[in-house]
Design a protein around this ligand. Structure first.
Ligand code: KG4
Ligand code: ZN
Length: 357
């Protein structure tokens, strides 16, 4: 592929309308993100129908702004990629229809990208890492450990049995009156709190598998908050710091187990002699979690890669990049959007109820 092969990426699967322009040599010419946070904050979370309408209002302007930022026109674009799932289907439809229309009008290839694959490959957009690598994907809807062997080839080693880590941050922030989105709000409150002051559980610590569980942590936090007199009197900063430390410990413990398995059973007969841990998804923007995982990776002899915050939270540069990774395999224009789209369809479900794929 020519190193200047350039793709316009579109992301609209949750509460961000984003467009980015990326070339095969990893140049990011534009990375525009229009957030709907203010629209949804008053409801305490994303309202799907409101989100879909907001995507529709913003998409044309965001694409135009990306072209302006890059100082490009559609003549400079060689392919169009859009998130085709998983996510809130109304928003996904808005992004994919826009992308398909541009692809048809310009007679250029169209790529239907899995949003999770965008996160999974974002480490390769910002660093020169080889396959295979171990991926901790921590977003608002997913918490998974995956061995990434090639674009499109994933082996899921662990997943959450209930809530995702980002979901735990968001729900606990709501309980503590810290607003939406919860992760950044809890990180800010935790900065002036004592992480050792309130004892919270570490679900599944030491378990032989690589699965996660966060809903018990949420219940434990709600119970502590009530015991301490509720949001008016409880030491919210200490609670936030203690919760953040508990989530960091759980992620570190489960990732430690996955690193053992990856190093001894998966990356054994490959030419890649470096064991790498990539952390991706919105929760990867949390500095305390990064520090905790960094210590664990060092101890296991893994190098650690975390994309910069702008590429960790939802963005369209990762969508364009996921398409560039398989630029010679575009999709047909009749590709249907998918509300659910697991990276490893063959993964067996973890024990327990309320299983997420
Ligand atoms: O990947 P992402 O932007 O969207 C999804 O695909 O879900 O992740 C959003 C999630 C939210 O749950 C948000 O609270 C969390 O990432 N998040 C954080 C931080 N920034 C975003 N969690 C902890 N600390 C942060 N600094
Ligand atoms: Zn995401």
């Amino acid at each position: 592929m020519a190193k200047d092969f350039t793709i316009l990426g579109i992301e609209s699967s949750c509460d961000e309308t984003a467009a980015a322009i990326v070339s095969a040599d990893k140049s990011i010419h534009a990375n525009k993100i229009a957030s709907q946070i203010e629209t949804h904050a008053k409801h305490g979370g994303v309202v799907p129908e409101v989100a879909a309408r907001a995507h529709l209002d913003m998409i044309d302007d965001v694409i135009a702004a990306a072209l302006t930022d890059a100082d490009m026109t559609f003549d400079d674009i060689d392919g169009i990629a859009a998130t085709a799932g998983p996510g809130l289907i109304g928003g996904v439809i808005v992004g994919t229809v826009a992308a398909k229309a541009i692809a048809a009008a310009r007679s250029i290839p169209y790529y239907a990208v899995n949003h999770l694959e965008g996160h999974a490959l974002s480490g390769r957009l910002c660093s020169d890492i080889d396959f295979p690598y171990l991926l901790l994907l921590v977003s608002g809807g997913h918490t998974q450990l995956l061995a990434v062997t090639a674009p499109g080839t994933y082996h899921r080693m662990g997943t959450t049995m209930d809530d995702a880590a980002g979901e735990a941050f968001d729900k606990c922030a709501k309980i503590m009156g810290l607003g939406y989105p919860g992760g950044p709000a809890i990180e800010a409150a935790a900065a002036s709190g004592d992480a050792k002051s309130i004892r919270l559980p570490r679900p599944l610590r030491g378990a032989d598998n690589c699965h996660f569980s966060f809903s018990g942590l949420k219940t434990a936090l709600a119970t502590k908050l009530a015991q301490l007199g509720g949001v008016q009197t409880a030491p919210i900063h200490d609670l936030a710091a203690s919760l953040q430390a508990a989530i960091a410990d759980c992620l570190a413990d489960r990732t430690k187990r996955a690193m053992q398995i990856f190093a001894t059973q998966i990356n054994t007969e490959t030419t890649n002699t470096t064991n790498t841990l990539v952390i991706a998804g919105g929760v990867a923007a949390n500095k305390a979690i990064f520090a905790r995982l960094h210590t664990e990776a060092d101890a296991a002899g893994f190098q650690i890669v975390v994309p910069p915050a702008k590429l960790c939270t939802d963005n369209a540069a990762m969508i364009a990049w996921a398409a560039l990774e398989r630029h010679d395999r575009p999709d047909q224009l009749d590709f249907d959007p998918r509300p659910r789209w697991p990276l490893d369809p063959d993964a067996s479900p973890p024990p327990g109820r309320g299983v997420r794929q």
